[in-house]
Design a protein. Structure first.
Length: 275
């Protein structure tokens, strides 16, 4: 839907659009509309278990795009529902932010695409700690542990908590991704996620539970996934960095690319439906 004239950049964006929400869309309960003309990918979870209502799109510039955006946003504002709009483009424009605020959305954050070349990447070695165990997610119980860390570590304006059980099922049929939990003393402490695309290994869901922060667990998880990607045969890995995560990724060799993910929301208290 969105092209950036580089296969790796395109895969980073395509992966984000495909897997930000549940790939099976809550068994069809989510309403999905793909508008190729306006380049809108719209997922409504009003009548679904998912916590996430979202549009992912290119930069909004045309009158038709602006009119359609206003129509989409209106019912969420009227019903005081959580809603996210994420624009993906090379242009981080103030004009776009001004328009989004005019139709009732609040600017939330700008995330940034980043890529690392793995050819020169050297695996980091750490002292062995028997209380730290990396575990590939393979059971529903481990999915619950994974989701618990994610929900504790992040606000949920770009996270669909219902997607992880679906990914477990899909990975039993095909090697789409590798979800990992880092357990400390038997407790879920950190998470990470590696998607396998054609040209790019994509890292996601790097998170540390509040009870285990300031121990460098996110960096350990990042290097675990980078080593896995390199050993799998990838030459490059990519991710989408939040403002908080950017310094960690830059320090570990990632370089920014000019693809901006501007996030706008209806309200700050974005929470799962069962909270």
């Amino acid at each position: 839907m969105l092209k950036f004239n580089d296969p790796k950049y395109d895969e980073l964006v395509e992966n984000f659009i495909a897997y930000t929400t549940d790939p099976h869309h809550n068994g069809g309960q989510q309403k999905v509309k793909i508008d190729l003309t306006n380049k809108f990918h719209y997922v409504s979870s009003i009548n679904a278990p998912s916590n996430l209502n979202i549009v992912m799109s290119g930069e909004i510039t045309t009158p038709e795009q602006k009119n359609m955006a206003q129509e989409i946003v209106k019912p969420y504002l009227e019903q005081n529902l959580a809603f996210t709009w994420c624009t993906i483009s090379k242009n981080n424009s103030a004009e776009e932010k001004k328009f989004m605020e005019a139709i009732g959305l609040h600017y939330h954050e700008t995330d940034l695409g980043m890529i690392i070349n793995l050819d020169d990447y050297q695996e980091k070695t750490y002292d062995s700690h028997p209380d730290l165990v990396f575990k590939k997610v393979a059971t529903p119980h481990e999915v619950d542990d994974f989701r618990m860390v994610i929900e504790n570590a992040f606000e949920l304006s770009l996270i669909d908590l219902t997607k992880y059980p679906t990914l477990l099922k899909l990975n039993q049929e095909d090697n789409i991704s590798h979800l990992v939990i880092l357990y400390q003393n038997g407790l879920p402490a950190a998470t990470g996620h590696l998607y396998f695309q054609n040209n790019l290994a994509i890292i996601d869901d790097i998170a540390t539970h509040a009870d285990f922060q300031r121990q460098g667990l996110a960096t350990k998880m990042l290097n675990y996934l980078l080593t896995l990607a390199k050993n799998t045969g990838y030459h490059d890995a990519g991710l989408i960095a939040t403002t908080d995560g950017y310094p960690v990724y830059k320090k570990n060799g990632f370089e920014p690319i000019e693809i901006f993910f501007n996030v706008y929301i209806t309200k700050e208290n974005y929470a799962p439906k069962n909270s």
